[in-house]
Design a binder for this molecule. Structure first.
Ligand code: GLN
Ligand code: ZN
Length: 752
């Protein structure tokens, strides 16, 4: 049996990678110095894998921004708006594609399958692909020359590359795939000539819902590669879910297949047992969770491995993580402040490499040492229980629907009476500019430089200022501004039971940006009111209604590292119960408009369509658990910052929020089509201006968006608000934009 990795995190233990890039972009690090720094980081990462004893070490997975952008530039997909004169793409052009510059807008960035990583979307356009450089070859040679590593180059496969790309007609797909395959032929020939034995060809799109006919195209591509470069071993790698059309996929003419045995709901193992596995091929078995941060339960993993070995000869098995370690932080070593019991149960990238080796040793057979390893491993999880953090037992039983006692129409009448608002009421999404002052205030308080009273009174003064601004602007429903929050999940996590926070556990989100998700390690419980004080203070300053502002259970879950010992839905319900208590606390304190944000609801959708409904059902239930118990007159709002609603509109409606606000202005009106066919019959605010840009839009632009919306939505259900929270904006531009928004709303009202 061999060990292998699919990819290693780029950012570095202390985010050295991010710093180097940002220094370069700021003009403080020359290209030459950047290259030198990048090389140092890259070699250090390879060395770690080598020292850990990994046999098949990936090369070419390292990048200066994004691995899909690397492939796109290697194949010459450079949109015409960028400066490019042939040959290897210059560094400045590469970064311009990633980030835009003063003259050109960047390429689009989008979610990498169901992860929180974002890749740069290749634009096909009129480009005929050709090989502009071969960074895989360079990476391979570098690893061999500098460290004596026989690396395994990693590249996105032609099928997935095209599936991830845009700007081509679907009819052109077969021909494009053929063209691209020819470029891969050249790429692989060069690698084989240099002595490369194995190439990992990632085809994650094979785990999504794809038509069976596509497999014919995929087969054709891989037949060509096999015919043209027979001397090279291709490992066709999938991850994030079970491979679709297993029986067809394993007939592809490649030397091995990589399957995910962690995030596949047991389907890959089942397929393996049912349909077998080709005798002469390698099975790269993704057994250690490549996406979560918990130590593996070694006994379970050994059983899984034994089951695999019944079908596949052990000489043909590679042990590996279920996915690239890109999605995990680097090392637990740098977390001295974590509780020891918890820390022992965690495994980031570096620890996962050790786990692979341990598992490899365990597979060698029974021994006293191995028995001890298993026992110690079990103790780690037993300790988490002893601590009293994990009292709830796993519960997969069906849940009892909860709903508000009255239908929306009935509630609406009562709410109209309670809240005398104009038609087209104006409001905002929650946060106001987080200026340097605001951020410094929180930082100083955290460091202990300010007393609780000093801090509170400073926060109150920001609230007061912005209540005054909102009254001057003439908004109808006000907010307190969220000055006390640095992050909409962290803020609640820090105040609930069951969450832990790290110092350095960053994971790349896009480019040089990272996120540091909280870790849900135990049962989530409400401790004490979290938002009441600030909200009530804001309400005391005005006669207009102030909306309470909470983060919803699904978003809190989706933006955290979750427990792996309870079903996900159960964790969502625990969080929902905690949020429910906060809702009650607000209501009791007289706050009777409450917004529960769920911006991450959509991104939790599983990769396979067939799994969507199950997820949406429990997501809706979690939201309703947190919000259905309120009085009929209490108005529940929710907010989502995206606009692809077509396929989940029934779910959105099932949340049964009295008012929803969603992002619209960047969707060029596409969203309106959604509402044309699916009449949405509850309060709704379509964002009338983009908050991602400092530009103050004109009143006419907003009025135009309003007119378009009012063509498809009834005016008496409609709210007027920006696309999202305003925390990244400046104060002046925010006030100016909101004034125009209020004017636009007034004009629109006059026309009704
Ligand atoms: N209430 C939050 C804010 O205004 C919502 C943020 C979000 O949707 N991501 O900042
Ligand atoms: Zn938003």
């Amino acid at each position: 049996m061999n060990t292998s990795l699919l990819g290693y995190p780029r950012i570095g233990e202390k985010r050295e990678w991010k710093k180097a890039l940002e220094d370069h972009w700021a003009g403080n690090l020359s290209a030459e110095d950047l290259h030198a720094e990048m090389k140092k980081i890259r070699l250090n990462h390879l060395k770690k894998q080598q020292d850990a004893g990994i046999e098949y070490i990936p090369v070419g997975d390292f990048t200066y921004y994004d691995h899909i952008l690397d492939a796109a530039t290697m194949f010459g997909f450079i949109p015409e708006r960028f400066t490019y004169e042939g040959g290897k793409v210059p560094l400045d052009t590469y970064f311009a594609m990633a980030r835009g510059n003063k003259d050109v807008h960047a390429s689009e960035m989008t979610k990498w399958y169901n992860t929180n990583y974002h890749y740069i979307v290749p634009e096909i356009g009129n480009t005929t692909p050709s090989l502009k450089e071969n960074y895989l070859l360079e990476a391979y040679k570098e690893a061999r020359e500098e460290l004596g590593i026989e690396g395994k180059p990693v590249v996105i496969g032609p099928y997935s590359f095209l599936k991830l790309a845009k700007h081509y007609e679907s009819e052109a797909f077969p021909e494009l795939l053929e063209q691209l395959t020819n470029v891969y032929t050249q790429l692989f020939t060069e690698l084989a000539d240099a002595g490369v034995q194995w190439v990992q060809v990632d085809e994650p799109s094979l785990v999504t819902t794809i038509p069976e006919e596509d497999l014919t195209l995929v087969a054709k591509a891989y037949e060509t590669l096999q015919k043209e470069v027979p001397q090279l071993n291709l490992l066709l790698q999938t991850y994030f879910d079970a491979v679709s059309h297993y029986e067809k996929v394993i007939q592809l003419p490649v030397a091995g297949f990589g399957l995910d045995f962690v995030h596949d709901q047991g389907k890959n193992l089942h397929a393996l047992q049912t349909h077998g596995f080709p005798e002469d091929k390698v099975l790269a078995a993704g057994i250690i969770d490549g996406r979560n941060i918990w130590k593996a339960k070694l006994r379970d993993k050994r059983v899984l491995l034994q089951e695999i070995q019944i079908v596949v000869d052990e000489d043909n098995v590679w042990l590996q993580p279920s996915a690239s370690l890109l999605h995990t932080p680097v090392t637990v070593e740098n977390e001295p402040d974590l509780d020891e019991t918890l820390k022992r149960a965690l495994s980031f990238a570096d620890e996962k490499m050790e786990e692979l080796i341990t598992l490899h040793n365990l597979a060698a057979g029974e021994s006293e040492a191995n028995a001890k390893i298993l026992e110690d491993n079990e103790q780690i999880f037993a300790d988490l229980k002893t601590k009293g953090w994990r009292k709830e037992e796993p519960d997969n039983s069906a849940f009892q629907e909860v709903s508000r006692p009255l239908s929306y129409e009935e509630r609406r009448e009562k709410q109209l009476e309670k809240w005398p608002l104009p038609t087209l009421p104006t409001t905002t999404i929650g946060s106001f500019p987080q200026t340097r002052d605001v951020r410094r205030l929180r930082a100083r308080y955290k460091k202990g430089e300010l007393s609780q009273e000093e801090y509170q009174s400073a926060i109150q003064s920001h609230i007061r200022t912005w209540i005054e601004h909102q009254e001057d602007i003439g908004l109808d429903v006000l907010v307190h501004g969220e000055f006390e929050r640095n992050d909409m999940v962290e803020f609640f996590g820090e105040r609930l039971e069951g969450f832990a926070f790290t110092k350095h556990a960053w994971v790349q989100s896009y480019g040089s940006r990272g996120v540091k998700p909280p870790i849900i390690y135990g049962d989530v419980r409400f401790k004490e009111p979290m938002t009441v004080e600030e909200t009530v203070y804001a309400q005391s300053l005005t006669d207009k209604p102030v909306k309470g502002m909470l983060t919803g259970p699904v978003t809190i879950l989706n933006w955290s590292f979750e427990r792996d010992d309870l079903p996900k839905q159960q964790v969502a319900f625990q969080i929902a119960e905690a949020i429910k208590e906060e809702v009650s606390a607000l209501e009791e304190a007289g706050i009777e408009m409450i917004q529960i944000d769920e911006p991450a609801l959509r991104e939790g959708l599983p990769l396979k369509r067939e799994d969507w409904q199950t997820y949406l059902d429990w997501a809706v239930h979690a939201f309703r658990l947190s919000s259905s118990h309120v009085k009929n007159t209490t108005q529940i709002h929710t907010h989502m910052c995206y606009s692809e609603f077509q396929d989940i509109i029934t779910t959105i409606s099932a949340l049964d929020a009295d008012v929803i606000s969603i992002e619209t202005s960047r969707s060029q009106g596409d969203i309106l089509e959604t509402f044309e066919d699916n009449v949405y019959d509850k309060g709704i605010g379509l964002g009338v201006y983009d908050i991602h840009s400092p530009r103050v839009p004109s009143e006419d632009e907003m009025l135009h968006i309003l007119h378009r919306a009012l063509n498809v939505l009834p005016a008496d259900l409609f709210w007027v608000n920006p696309d999202c929270g305003l925390k990244t904006r400046g104060e002046e531009e925010t006030i100016a934009a909101l004034k125009k928004m209020v004017n636009a709303a007034q004009k629109a009202r006059a026309e009704i």
